[in-house]
Design a protein around this ligand. Structure first.
Ligand SMILES: *Cc1c(COP(=O)(O)O)cnc(C)c1O
Length: 408
């Protein structure tokens, strides 16, 4: 009989994985204090969180928003990126990276990712630049930062904005500088699945004073600092957080540095145990990163070498007790939202692209992303908080599947 759990053998990684989100008396006390104070709205706690989070990333300003999505929309709006403008983004990401561009009336242009970082490929970015390009929006996938040296050089040389989608990168650093504070501005999400969360929420970081003021105005109904309440200066929206959310975020941020270290150490254990294993490709951290968050741990499967599909590999690993799964199942541009644009336009976005040529997303091809969607496996951040011994069991379970791969 086979040793593999999928064939009835013993499980290599028995463990109760902790649920998410995590909270304790700090969140409880913060929420109670807000409740009892009667000050429920966009006040001292929101400001305190903004300052602390900006300081955590070495950024001058932090401006909260209702979500990561609306934070991206805010950046694009205040940078006046609109109809006919192109924004270069990767297709291995959550829809908000692209939908924020469409919402701004601009045109998302997909550039491929690098196979070893899963982040935007600067060479392909250069190929996708046109006279209409206004911004590059890299995604720091799973907390690994895109090549900010090269993207920064390209942005400077071509006079483009560099907007970081840092929605997986709380605490990540590039050469000592915090994610979100390397480009012109950067955006984080605090939605419930994220490593720091308040159910919903987001923040924009920037070192630019004017940009910060414009973001504040946009997220607060077009108001201006120090001016009258019913005086409105720009087309904004209401994207404010409540004090309840800020109370939770303050507690989450206090807990976060310890979790960051633990996940980094556990990812190191996985890397050391899996490095060199036939058929398993690691996504090692660029040495220019001085700290990295893990929204998830990624590795790639070579089905030719292993002789089984990723799906079969995942079934076997899951049977051993490893909480591993496929990630983004397809490149963003294969969604109906993009594929139907030529025929139907965009539902709920009348008039787009406002007189400019409609891009044909059925023609887009990013071969690295397509391959990565087919062969990459994710272990989520919650599992990366387990004890090192559990992580070692997890690695042993993966090694076990690989060494018995012929039985699958
Ligand atoms: C979660 C996420 C967002 C959007 O954040 P929300 O707070 O859910 O709106 C944007 N980009 C990426 C890469 C994300 O993972």
């Amino acid at each position: 009989m086979s040793e593999l759990a999928i064939h009835g053998g013993p499980k290599a990684c028995e463990h109760e994985w902790s649920s998410w989100p995590i909270w304790d008396d700090r969140e409880r006390a913060g929420l109670n204090a807000v409740l009892e104070s009667g000050e429920w709205w966009y006040g001292a706690r929101v400001r305190e969180f903004e300052e602390r989070y900006a300081a955590f990333h070495g950024a001058k300003h932090g401006i909260t928003s209702s979500s990561g999505t609306t934070a991206l929309e805010t950046c694009l709006a205040v940078l006046e990126i609109g109809a006919g403008d192109e924004v270069i983004i990767p297709p291995y990401t959550f829809v908000a990276t692209a939908s924020s561009v469409l919402r701004s009336n601009a045109i998302p242009v997909f550039a491929d990712i690098e196979p070893h970082t899963l982040c935007l490929d600067p060479d392909d970015v250069e190929r996708k630049i046109t006279p209409r390009t206004k911004a590059i929006m890299p995604v720091h996938l799973a907390g690994h930062m895109a090549d900010m040296d090269r993207l920064g050089d390209i942005a400077r040389a071509r006079n483009l904005y560099l907007i970081e989608d840092a929605c997986h990168a709380w605490g990540s650093q590039w050469k000592g500088k915090g994610a979100g504070a390397v480009g012109h501005c950067g955006v984080f999400s605090f939605q419930v699945s994220k490593n720091i969360n308040s159910g919903e929420g987001g923040i924009i970081l920037t070192d630019d004073d004017d940009l910060a003021d414009m973001c504040r105005g946009f997220t607060n109904c077009g108001r201006r600092k120090g001016k009258a309440w019913y005086a409105h200066y720009s087309l904004g929206s209401n994207l404010r957080l409540t004090e309840f959310q800020a109370a939770i975020l303050l507690a989450q941020l206090e807990r976060y540095p310890e979790q960051l270290v633990r996940r980094e150490e556990n990812a190191g254990i996985l890397n050391d145990a899996l490095r060199g294993l036939p058929g398993i490709g690691l996504v090692e951290t660029d040495p220019r990163m001085t700290r990295r968050s893990y929204h998830f741990y990624t590795f790639r499967i070579d089905s030719e070498v292993l002789g089984v599909s990723r799906e079969r590999f995942l079934e076997a690993a899951q049977a051993e007790g490893v909480p591993v799964r496929e990630g983004y199942p397809h490149p963003l541009y294969t969604n109906e939202l993009f594929q139907c644009i030529q025929e139907n336009g965009i539902p709920a976005h009348h008039g787009w692209p406002f007189g400019f040529e409609v891009p044909d997303y059925t023609e887009v091809s990013c071969p690295v992303t397509e391959q990565v969607c087919a062969d990459t496996c994710w272990i989520m951040h919650t599992a990366l908080l387990a004890a090192p011994s559990t992580i070692a069991d997890m690695a042993a379970a993966i090694r076990k599947v690989v060494s018995h791969i012929g039985e699958l």
